[in-house]
Design a binder for this molecule. Structure first.
Ligand SMILES: *Cc1c(COP(=O)(O)O)cnc(C)c1O
Length: 379
């Protein structure tokens, strides 16, 4: 029997995707971004599959601590930095490298007397207007940071691209020039060579100007395209996650019958309806519109009606022999997650991050045994 709502992870693809980053940025060190539970794939699992990355990046301190407690030894950058002295203590204790992006953080660092206790990334805001010092404030922030005894030299420098997923948008080149122009004004010390970082996945794939000492791929490591007009596979990546479930009911409907909440779908002719055990309670997007493709027995059929918490409904007109228990793929082999994201007017980031706790995660290499461990289910 095939279980309801489960995700299969092909971890062999992680190494392939890392190699693809190395190919595109052969001279750069790779900071693998594994925030938000490794984009929903499992923080520790992905960190272990990526041990040969040069560093990791997470958003929050607690994510970094979880990695250290799991025995991860790589450098780890914490992209949101810290907001209080206690959090800075944790960063030091666990040897995590914070982003420094605000004057409040500088003040905390200046109040400390330890020596060389932590490495930092100083962030320049080149137009994203989220975290980072403005170009005008940057030189002073750099000099203040340089005087902090607890901060290790040389200070690492980074910025973040706001529009790199739009290959036509010249804003990206402006951000990159602003980054270098601002760095050119820093006091130069030939003894020191700061390491720089600009590119996220879209930067790596579309903007060679963004390649420098460090690249920070996230989405592409999971085999997914950051561009709305291509799939990961078209970019030479291999998707890691597939989301699967099964049919649990099949029935005939007549012309005029309404399907699901609000009767949002009205049958234009008689057909066969399939009910699939997956819904927004599993992370399937509630806004997936009628017509969103679903694979039943490996064949495309359209979603019809509203997505509910535990179920979706599909039109089985082209598959009159489908029966309860048959396998269903929501995204994965043969059905690109990028296409599902478009049908739900969202981005693939939210789909992978949104897979909920109810969904059993199974590594492909352990598929047979792992699935049989779910109570009441044999594969
Ligand atoms: C999330 C994030 C990344 C990775 O972005 P992707 O688009 O997933 O490659 C890189 N840098 C920063 C600062 C981030 O917040």
């Amino acid at each position: 029997m095939i279980p309801a709502a489960y995700a299969v992870l092909n971890l062999d693809a992680v190494q392939h995707n890392l190699q693809r980053v190395r190919q595109l940025a052969p001279n750069a060190k790779i900071m693998a971004v594994i925030k938000a539970n490794g984009y929903g794939h499992g923080l520790i699992r992905i960190a272990k599959a990526l041990q040969n990355a040069d560093a990791f990046a997470v958003a929050r301190v607690d994510e970094g601590i979880r990695l250290r407690k799991a025995g991860i030894k790589n450098r780890i950058a914490v992209l949101e930095g810290f907001t209080c002295a206690e959090e800075l203590d944790e960063l030091v204790n666990y040897q995590l490298d914070p982003l420094v992006h605000s004057v409040d953080q500088l003040k905390i660092l200046e109040s400390r007397e330890e020596h060389d206790a932590c490495a930092v990334w100083l962030k320049l805001d080149t137009g994203m207007n989220r975290l980072g010092f403005k170009p005008k404030e940057f030189c002073q922030a750099y000099q203040r940071l340089n005087k902090c005894s607890m901060v290790r030299s040389p200070i690492n420098l980074m910025t973040h691209l706001a529009n790199a997923d739009d290959r036509q948008d010249a804003i990206t080149l402006k951000q990159i020039s602003l980054f270098y122009d601002t760095l050119a004004l820093l006091p130069s010390d030939p003894e020191l060579s700061n390491e720089l970082s600009i590119a996220n996945s879209a930067g790596i794939l579309a903007w060679k100007e963004a390649l420098t000492d460090w690249v920070r791929p996230g989405l592409m490591l999971y085999g997914i395209s950051p561009f709305s007009d291509s799939t990961g596979e078209q970019l030479g990546l291999r998707p890691i996650m597939g989301l699967h479930s099964r049919l649990i009911a099949v029935k005939s409907l007549l012309k005029g019958d309404k399907v699901g909440y609000s009767g949002a779908w009205v049958c234009e002719k008689s057909t066969i309806l399939g009910v699939v055990a997956v819904g927004y309670g599993d992370g399937y997007p509630r806004h997936a519109k009628s017509g969103t493709p679903v694979l039943v027995n490996g064949q495309r059929v359209p979603l019809i009606g509203r997505v509910s918490m535990d179920m979706i409904t599909v039109d089985l007109e082209t598959q009159p022999d489908a029966k309860p228990g048959d396998p269903v793929t929501l995204w994965g082999d043969g059905l690109a997650i990028e296409e599902i994201a478009l049908c739900a007017e969202t981005i693939p980031y939210t789909l992978v991050c949104g897979v909920t706790q109810r969904v059993q995660i199974v590594e492909k290499s352990e598929l047979k045994t792992a699935v049989s461990l779910i109570p009441g289910i044999c594969y």
